[in-house]
Ligand binder design. Structure first.
Ligand code: SF4
Ligand code: FES
Length: 369
């Protein structure tokens, strides 16, 4: 198959994060600060990405604002012509730092929303005072005039807040809201009993999004990631493995998707040992599930095989224990019925406590200046 250059790169600058969201999709084993790539290496990676054809750079984490060199990194990325998007909880950003990011050329901010009030947001983020700080940061973002996307991760506990989340996006002057029903990767797998939406909630969310898209046409774009465990066909994960984007972890491993390290037989190249160009075009992990040659039945002979590329490899690994299997969300998968039953059991589990990465109730730290 013809391999085209990637459009987007997700740079996971750090795994450090003041929040401890139970739906975190980062791996169970987080990279420590000492293992993170230094400024110079990230700058070189950005240059290589631009040369490779990447257009958009998503600066993510953990919390990217935990990096003291964030402004410098944004400036370097802009200098090589990348469109820069900061994916942040807002915690750790001061007004002055936002102004510096603006001066450095930051193009866009994506602000996460754990809930639409302090009680919900602070409980989910495991962070006392976080919501208040986030609302302050949203005001500064609006005052500076950054194009803003609000990113709301929704699950059984907060799906009733979806209409308010959409209103908040409008109030904040956001151009876009990403309504993402929780995806279960990494740490989130531990919280399926606590977070799995019910089938009714999933249907209701579909209806709310449908109505809001019509009502807000031309004012607010709504990107929607539905609750795929309740679907009959899987999502086309990453737009197809190794076709549109790549992720670089804090320690420099280059992954075809965010959760790829959960597939144990894959070996990942590191930017310290190989060029991004070489990794994208020849890296073993990128070749593993590109195209359709790797498929087994029922995907192999399915008319939708170039529509969804067999769904999500990491989900097949997590649920079926085989990354080559059809995504069990698919109605044609032999594991579909079992997944549906399991989903129902998770969605109706009672009294499930949230499992946090770290003890909840941390207090708000001083922003990094
Ligand atoms: Fe997609 Fe495979 Fe299901 Fe066909 S069988 S719809 S290709 S996941
Ligand atoms: Fe890895 Fe879907 S998250 S392929």
């Amino acid at each position: 198959m013809t391999i085209r250059p990637p459009i987007a790169m997700l740079a996971e600058l750090t795994h450090r994060c003041p929040l401890s969201c139970p739906y975190c999709s980062n791996p169970l084993e987080l990279a420590r600060q000492a293992q993170e790539l230094d400024t110079e290496t990230w700058v070189s990676v950005f240059r290589q990405a631009a040369d490779l054809g990447v257009l958009q750079l998503h600066l993510s984490g953990g919390e990217p604002a935990s990096r003291r060199d964030l402004v410098e990194l944004v400036r370097a990325a802009r200098e090589v012509g990348l469109y820069t998007n900061l994916i942040t909880s807002g915690i750790g950003l001061s007004e002055r730092r936002l102004q510096e990011l603006d001066a450095a050329g930051l193009d866009h901010i994506q602000l996460s929303l754990q809930g639409t009030d302090a009680a919900m947001a602070d409980e989910i983020g495991g962070y006392a005072g976080g919501f208040k700080r986030k609302m302050q940061v949203a005001e500064w973002i609006g005052a500076i005039g950054f194009p803003l996307t609000l990113n709301a991760v929704l699950h059984r506990r907060n799906l009733h807040q979806l209409p308010r989340a959409i209103e908040m996006a409008e109030d904040m002057g956001a151009r876009r809201i990403e309504v993402a029903t929780v995806q279960f990767h990494g740490w989130a797998l531990k919280n399926r009993n606590a977070l799995m939406p019910t089938r009714e909630q999933a249907r209701e969310a579909d209806a709310i999004v449908r109505e809001a898209r019509i009502r807000l046409k031309g004012r607010l774009v709504i990107d929607y990631v539905p609750a795929d465990y309740h679907s009959d066909y899987p999502k086309r994960c990453m737009g197809g493995w190794g076709t549109t984007g790549l992720n670089v972890t804090p320690e420099g491993k280059v992954l075809p998707c965010h959760a790829a390290e959960s597939i144990p037989h894959l070996v990942f190249d590191n930017v310290k040992d190989a060029s991004l160009h070489q990794i994208w075009y020849e890296g073993a992990a990128f070749q593993a599930y590109r195209g359709t040659d790797w498929m087994q039945e029922p995907c192999k002979s399915c008319e939708r095989k170039t529509v969804d590329f067999g769904g999500c490899r990491c989900q097949a690994m997590a649920i079926v224990g085989d990354a080559n299997a059809t995504d069990p969300v698919c109605i044609k998968s032999p594991h579909h019925a079992a997944l549906q039953a399991q989903t129902e059991a998770h969605a109706t589990a009672e009294g499930s406590e949230l499992v946090y990465r770290a003890a909840p109730g941390k207090t708000v730290p001083e922003p990094v200046e």
